[in-house]
Design a protein around this ligand. Structure first.
Ligand SMILES: CC(C)(COP(=O)(O)OP(=O)(O)OC[C@H]1O[C@@H](n2cnc3c(N)ncnc32)[C@H](O)[C@@H]1OP(=O)(O)O)[C@@H](O)C(=O)NCCC(=O)NCCS
Length: 154
């Protein structure tokens, strides 16, 4: 029977697998060092979804002044559409139940991610024109406890 997928804190040993998932998920992936830098930050929290030794996805978010900035979330291509992306974002909200808001930026053309976030109660609050190096716009999405009744509502 295949082992269960568990969420656990990311460690430096996970960085090669995390970087591979990042590279498969983004046209302009973050450098491995960016994850290493976040691991050293007090206000950053990084988790992986792992089945045994295999890393299937990750999430990286910052908790600042009662609000959360979702820096990055990605799932390995072969593990997508199985609920892992949703589980990782729901984990964020359960991990920081006191958060009054969660903010993120997403490429305007990233339909899978936008559908994931909308399904979890995020709404569009702005757009940054030509935000990414290749000229694509960023959408600013936010989830607010005031409009969603809290993390347990999802
Ligand atoms: C976005 C991403 C994390 C979603 O992960 P996932 O594990 O496939 O998502 P889930 O299986 O939890 O899907 C949750 C919901 O998201 C939406 N969704 C996910 N993938 C989708 C797709 N390809 N097309 C349309 N909707 C999609 C659906 O609403 C889905 O709910 P449903 O399965 O009940 O229809 C994944 O596609 C990914 O890693 N993409 C590359 C990295 C990325 O873009 N990250 C976001 C950075 S802002």
């Amino acid at each position: 029977m295949p082992a269960e997928v568990r969420l656990r804190p990311m460690t430096a040993a996970d960085l090669p697998a995390v970087a591979a998932i990042e590279a498969a998920g983004h046209p302009t992936p973050r450098a491995t060092q960016a994850f290493a830098d976040d691991l050293a930050l007090d206000h950053a929290r990084l988790w992986v979804a792992a089945r045994g030794a295999e890393i299937l996805g990750f999430i990286d978010y910052w908790v600042v002044a009662g609000e959360v900035e979702l820096i990055d979330v990605a799932v390995a291509p072969a593990a997508r559409r199985q609920g892992l992306g949703r589980r990782l974002v729901e984990h964020l909200r359960a991990d920081v139940p006191e958060a009054t808001a969660v903010h993120l930026e997403v490429r305007a053309g990233n339909a899978p991610a936008i559908a994931l976030y909308r399904g979890l109660g995020f709404v569009e609050v702005g757009r940054r024109r030509r935000y990414y190096a290749d000229g694509e716009d960023a959408l600013l999405l936010s989830w607010s406890s005031a409009s969603d009744g809290g993390p347990s509502a999802s």
